[in-house]
Design a protein around this ligand. Sequence first.
Ligand code: OSB
Ligand code: MG
Length: 371
Amino acid sequence: MKFQRIELRHVRLELTRPFETSFGRFTDRHLVIIKTFSDVGICYSEAPSLHVPFYNYETTQTTLHVLKDFIIPALLKLEINNIEELHQSMEFVRGHNIAKSGIDTAFYHLMSKHQGKSLSEYLGGTRTSVEVGISLGIEDNIGLLLEQINLAINKGYKRIKIKIKPGWDIEPIRQIRNQFGDIPIMADANSAYTLADVDLFKQLDEFNLMMIEQPLGYDDIYEHSLLQHQIITPICLDESIETVADAKMAVEIGACKVINIKLSRVGGIYPAIKIHDICEKHNIPVWSGGMVESAIGKADCTALSTLPNFKLPGDISPSDRFFNKDIVSSGLVLKEGFILVPTKPGVGVDVDEKRLDDLTVERPIILEKYD
Ligand code: OSB
Ligand code: MG
C-alpha cells in the first residue's frame, strides 16, 4: 500500500454532561481525526489522546506534532506491504502509542474495505454483537450517581463501572449495593491510591466487585502485584499496560487478573491483538476499554472485541452516550446491552463531512507525497 495524502483534524465534541475521573473533569472532548488517501482507497480514523496529559503523557497537540513532523513524513516515502511493516516504519518514534494507533487503524480500515470485509471479519472475529458496560463519572453527590446507574440499567448495560477517588469510594459503592443489589459492578481509580491504602482495598473486598481498575501508580506494575497478593478483588490494569512487554510482565508477576485493552493506548489493533493472545495463553480475560472516542474509535473497539478472549463487557457505547453531536451520520447501535457489530466493509460507520467541518477547531494539516 502507498499512502498518498493524509489530513489531520483537531475536532472538539461537546459532551452531553461533564465526565469526571480522579484526574479531572471534562465538558468536551478533543480528538484527532485522520483522513487517509492511498492507492487502495480513502478512510477516516481517529487518534483519541486527551487534550491534557493527565491519563498518559500524550495530548491532542503531541499527537498532531508527532504525526505531522515524524510519522507521516516517513510513511509517505514508503510502500507498506503488511501491518508488521507499518509498525516497523513507526518504531523510530518511541512511545506516542495513541498517535500511532490512528495510523494502525487507518491501515486496517483500508485493508478490510479493500477486501470487501467488515473490520471484525478481517480480524478473524466471530461475534455479531458484543457485550458492553458503561463507565460512569464522579458526580456532585451520590444521589446523582444512583440516578445515572438507574438510567444505565434501563438501557441494558451489562455492567456498571464507577470512577473512584479518595473520598468517593466506599460510600458510593455501599449505597449502590444497597439500592441495586448484586449487579455487576466495578471501580476505576485511575491511579488515585498508593500501597498505604491497602486497608481501604481490603474493606472494598467485602462488596464483591467484579474488579478494581488501576488503583495504584500509572507506571507501576510491581506495586500492583504486591497489592493483588493481599486482596481478593481482581485487579485490572489499564494505564500501566502500554506495550506487549508490559502485558507479559504483569501476567508473569501476578500484578492483575484482568487486562483492559485500549487499542489506542497500546498503539493500535496490531499490538492489541498480541496482548489479547498473551492473555489468552495465561487465562487472563480481557475487555475493551474506551477513551470517550467518536463512533469511529468505538467501532474499532467493537471489531476488536469480537475476538475470543474478550470475555467481559467493554466500555463501548453509541454516540449519544457521550456526545450531543458525533462526527458520523450512522453510528453504532446498542441493543439490550449489546453493540451490534457493523457488517459493512471497513470500519462500518460513516463520517458526515459537514459535521466534521463544523466540529473542526484548528486549520486542518495536510501532508502529501510530492514526487
Ligand atoms: O480510565 O478507562 C479510563 C475515559 C478517558 C480516559 C480514561 C478512561 C476513560 C473511561 C471512559 O473510563 C470509557 C469510555 O470511553 O466509555
Ligand atoms: Mg481506566
